[in-house]
Design a protein around this ligand. Structure first.
Ligand code: MSP
Length: 505
């Protein structure tokens, strides 16, 4: 089984912020989880470099666009590393291989007769890099960017999107989970049902972009260029290999709600027009809001994800982002809540439990874990495995994590109720103490494997502290897999105390 997941490719007109980090880390959690289940995974992210706004920033700085993007792309390459995302390939739309592929792709559509020449007269929002209708504006401004769109009139090549309306509706009817969550499916479907208009697939009078093969005076519209990355990457990510057959039929796109139409409407139509299969699924997540506002550069209230990582570590950021806001919905977050969750949940619920468990094994059993089943809640571990994987199949990162946390809290309650420190006082309770310590070790081991996709740095430390093999295969989220261990020592805190930073907003 293959699992190919993509993030949007990010615009390089500014540097990464927490919103971009959010999509990237969420995608990484999903990919790691599928890899734990033994699937053949591929994870793609990268940068969208041919936007006019990118060109304008470079012009304003008085440098050549390529020099500008080469420099800023380095900042974007760091984003997956900073959130500990294990990507398979980082695509840049200025890659020569990508540009060639884009030309082939649009040529195929042209040859199939779905591209024609016409004049575009209307509005264009450079922030969205999108053509706008009057009815999409609020007080004459783009509501997303709070700017007045530009009026443009230019000769363009148009894509016959209108011809795909029926096929798209049929696709949506056949595949009710094509777009998730359901309310996003409904949003996309009703947009299609309301009638589709052809759109410009090229831009004139701008030198920055991929030249239209049959008319090199024009460049491919940046959104078309960008969407094609998901496919082009498979042709050159691994030199000498064409991965399209292996991964394309299994592709899933993870996107934010701002770019739903491009992915759920334009992209499948473009693929059909070029003779490719449409994606397996598109999952649309919401916005992370800071004090009810989108955390973004244009609003001037960016909280820098990279700074939070420096203070709390990437595991804590991954945990906080997926735990705080129901994945798929919008939700407010504050910098203070990172600190709170770090101390209360990671530090107390999980970190202390590991410290206490290992300390008791060291103290009462001289560091040995004996195989002593009998007190563990085996059914709870079995339920955990099933519930977490089924939620992650549905992209419910928050629900899956809630299940794991309930389990961790269950273990804490078990320690409080079983009182191993009392049992340790009487030699007569030795067998029961062994059982309690084994149950704790086994529960923690299963929890660590279940949490591995979320906390890839910390969970191997938990397994090591318990003297368990460094194996995070999902089959390990099962009861009584803990092996005999010796030399277990009291583990130092997994989430040491940190100074809370001043709120960045
Ligand atoms: N370049 C296009 C995408 C092309 S994909 C073929 C683009 N880039 S972007 O840099 O603006 O990034 C958009 C994506 O970043 C969103 O779809 C979303 O995934 C993520 N986010 C940016 N800000 C966000 C929040 N505040 N909250 C959550 N995610 C948001 O659009």
């Amino acid at each position: 089984m293959s699992f190919y997941l993509t993030t949007p490719i990010y615009y390089v007109n500014s540097t990464p912020h927490i919103g971009h980090a959010y999509t990237t880390l969420a995608a990484d959690i999903l990919v790691r989880h599928h890899a734990q289940r033994g699937e053949d995974t591929f994870f793609l992210t990268g940068t969208d470099e041919h936007a006019s706004k990118v060109y304008r920033v470079a012009e304003a700085e008085g440098i050549d666009a390529k020099t500008y993007v080469d420099r800023i792309a380095e900042k974007w390459r760091e984003l997956p590393e900073r959130v500990d995302a294990e990507i398979d390939f980082f695509i840049r739309t200025t890659d020569e291989e990508h540009k060639r592929f884009v030309q082939e792709f649009v040529q195929r559509i042209y040859d199939n007769g779905d591209i024609y020449e016409d004049t575009y007269t209307g509005l264009y929002c450079v922030g969205c890099e999108a053509f706008k209708n009057e009815d999409e504006l609020v007080d004459g401004k783009c509501p997303e960017h709070d700017t007045v769109p530009e009026w443009i009139e230019e000769k363009n090549y148009f894509f016959r999107l209108s011809a795909y309306q029926e096929r798209l509706l049929a696709l949506y009817d056949e595949r009710p989970s094509f777009v998730q969550p359901d309310f996003r499916y409904n949003e996309a479907r009703s947009f299609i049902a309301s009638g589709l208009q052809d759109f410009s697939l090229s831009r004139a009078g701008q030198p920055w972009g991929v030249p239209i093969p049959w008319d090199p005076e024009q460049v491919v519209y940046v959104w078309v260029d960008a969407l094609i990355n998901y496919l082009s990457a498979l042709t050159y990510a691994r030199p000498g290999e064409d991965l399209r057959e292996r991964y394309w039929p299994h592709v899933r796109h993870l996107i934010g709600k701002d770019i739903l139409r491009f992915h759920c409407v334009f992209w499948p139509a473009l693929l059909l027009a070029a003779g490719y299969e449409v994606p397996q699924q598109i999952f649309v997540h919401g916005y992370l809001l800071l004090d009810e506002r989108k955390i973004s550069k244009s609003r001037g209230n960016v909280i820098d994800a990279l700074d939070l990582v420096d203070v709390y570590g990437s595991d804590a950021l991954r945990y906080w982002a997926t735990r705080s806001v129901q994945f798929g919905q919008d939700g407010s977050v504050s910098v203070d809540s990172v600190h709170e969750r770090y101390e209360r949940e990671l530090g107390n619920d999980l970190g202390n439990l590991v410290s206490r468990t290992t300390a008791m094994i060291a103290k009462y059993r001289d560091g040995a874990i004996q195989i002593a089943p009998g007190r563990g809640d085996d059914a709870a571990i079995e339920r955990l495995a099933a519930e977490v994987s089924s939620r992650l199949d549905a992209f419910d990162l928050t629900g899956a994590l809630d299940q794991i946390w309930e389990f961790v809290r269950g273990l804490n309650k078990f320690v409080t109720d079983a009182k191993p420190w009392e049992l340790a006082k009487e030699e007569a309770n030795a067998a029961e103490l062994d059982q309690v310590l084994y149950a704790l070790a086994d529960g923690l081991r299963a929890a660590a494997i279940a949490l591995n996709a979320y906390l890839p740095q910390t969970t191997p430390q938990i397994l090591r502290a318990l003297g368990q093999p460094d194996d995070v295969a999902w089959s390990g989220v099962a009861p009584r897999r803990t092996v005999e261990a010796y030399g277990v020592e009291a583990s130092p805190p997994l989430f040491p105390r940190v100074e809370a930073p001043a709120a960045a907003a």
